[in-house]
Design a protein around this ligand. Structure first.
Ligand SMILES: [Zn+2]
Length: 115
């Protein structure tokens, strides 16, 4: 089985540092995604909250956290995808967009507004 190449977006790296308590689990999940990004991952075709995640996939880490990523060979054919960073990358690349709680996948490290 051929492994996929990994590319990491800035937000993913930021959150990897932010959630350092589960960094090991994240790393392990990343390894598994790179072996087979279609296995045990969820294709997202809906709009979660305000975010359009169509074309992205999610991989669950635990009950609370998940990784959001795209597979370039899949993503680059979808014009709906807003998070395509696949340009100039080979087809067999997984772009890790972010990691975080299920309900706030794209949260950056800006402070949250309490409502
Ligand atoms: Zn793409």
């Amino acid at each position: 089985m051929s492994n996929y190449e990994a590319a990491y977006e800035k937000l993913f790296v930021q959150n990897l540092n932010r959630y350092s308590a589960i960094r090991r689990n994240i790393r392990r999940r990343v390894e598994r995604v790179l072996k087979d990004p279609y296995h045990n991952t969820e294709f997202l075709d809906d709009i979660t909250g305000k975010l359009n995640l169509i074309g992205c996939r999610s991989a669950r880490i635990d009950r609370k956290f998940r990784i959001i990523f795209v597979i370039c060979e899949e993503c680059r054919n979808m014009y709906e995808c807003e998070y395509c960073f696949c340009e100039d990358l080979p087809d067999q690349t997984v772009v890790f967009l972010t990691v975080g709680p299920h309900d706030k996948p794209m949260q950056s490290n800006k402070t949250e507004k309490q409502s």
